[in-house]
Design a protein around this ligand. Sequence first.
Ligand SMILES: *[C@@H]1O[C@H](CO)[C@@H](O)[C@H](O)[C@H]1NC(C)=O
Ligand SMILES: *[C@@H]1O[C@H](CO)[C@@H](O)[C@H](O)[C@H]1NC(C)=O
Ligand SMILES: *[C@@H]1O[C@H](CO)[C@@H](O)[C@H](O)[C@H]1NC(C)=O
Length: 425
Amino acid sequence: MRPSTFISFCLSIATIPNAYSQSTTDPTKRAELALSALQIWYNAGTGLWNTCGWWNSANVLTMIGNFAKRDSNPQLQDLAKRIFANTIVQAPANNPQPGVEDESTSKRDVQGSGYNKSISQDGEYVTEFPENWAASSAYVDVKDLPFMKAGQDGTPVSAAAVPQASAWLDGFYDDDLWWALGWIGAYDVTKNMEYLQLAEGIFMAVTKAWPTGCGNGGIWWSWEKNYANAIANELFLSTAAHLANRAENKDFYVDWAQKELQWFLSSGMINDRGTINDGLNDDCKNNNQTTWSYNQGVILGGLVELNRAAPDPSHLQLASRIAKAAIAELSDDKGVIHDKCGPYCGGDASQFKGIFARNLQLLHEAAPDDAYVKCIQANADSIWANDRDDGNRLSIDWAGPFIAPANASTHSSAMDALVAAITVK
Ligand SMILES: *[C@@H]1O[C@H](CO)[C@@H](O)[C@H](O)[C@H]1NC(C)=O
Ligand SMILES: *[C@@H]1O[C@H](CO)[C@@H](O)[C@H](O)[C@H]1NC(C)=O
Ligand SMILES: *[C@@H]1O[C@H](CO)[C@@H](O)[C@H](O)[C@H]1NC(C)=O
């Protein structure tokens, strides 16, 4: 893979020698250095990050939006806007399974797509991509793109060029909603209505996955309608709640968020310890599968946004209960978060811990608590000290040592913790 020249003209801090970066204790500087390193994976031709999956790229986008909300560095602001403007037009061509949610698509065609997400015997998520899928596409430098040549300087693309919401759907509702959240973040940074409208369109499409066969509510995980899991439903809550605070039709989104929360609470997915298992079994009971870190995270951001849209003290109380139970259950004795699969997690679980850190930070902003500060700082410090190579690339095990190779998933996930640390310093 060729290194991106984007690094040099967008974030010249990339040239800071590593001896200096070693001693950097400023959380903002650390995240900026890590962002420079991340650029080797951004492929302007696909609008995605090479070496990670389709839904992972939505999370990279979200992390960058989050970062841009917390650091006014003009190079970062410029970079974030260019990435949004490019990804929104390029990425849908690489949707690994477009059209499957359309009832008229024949299932035979769909099974031929080669995209499949499943859960292994030991409860791990496994994603298979079609042959020659985008993650290893030939590198295209951002300078070759039409919008760069036109010298538009990161200006939002015109409405006509933005693909429809349907182009982002791939039959897995969690994937769809990760993108919706990514575009909401892009809207927050740019106030570009096209990003918000895209997120609304994706959400509307996913409402068709309601209800499951359990308790007459909730959304299915996928078009196959055979699993009701925590992640898709937490994302549905969070997306609805985020939209309630941004889109015109506030009551509509508050209603969906409240309906989802009510269903979620009665589903039994939250266990006796206060953490959240993976999903429900065929009898609509908690399946006692892995308490993945991201499932303790997404709901926190959802509850914070719902509380903002429709205040109710029970929302933040619930969030605090889950956050503290998760910190207790997932931290090692140095306070570093681990998923059960660690350190050799697959390309899905490699993204999870950052999602927890990102959402814990949102909870801390709404309801500050020393326990969250301690957790975020312990993880960010450990990543910087123990989980980084001399190119400032960040790997899978936040406790260290660095496990080569890092990729866009492990790196962006760790960056979520570095970005979270910016606001708790
Ligand atoms: C997806 O993978 C699972 C597990 O390997 C398999 O049972 C299922 O049939 C696959 N689905 C498709 C559509 O290929
Ligand atoms: C659920 O899983 C945990 C940890 O894997 C185990 O200790 C516990 O006994 C299980 N509970 C039930 C009800 O199966
Ligand atoms: C990214 O790294 C993780 C953790 O080491 C690994 O499991 C995953 O397969 C890698 N992804 C790709 C696409 O190589």
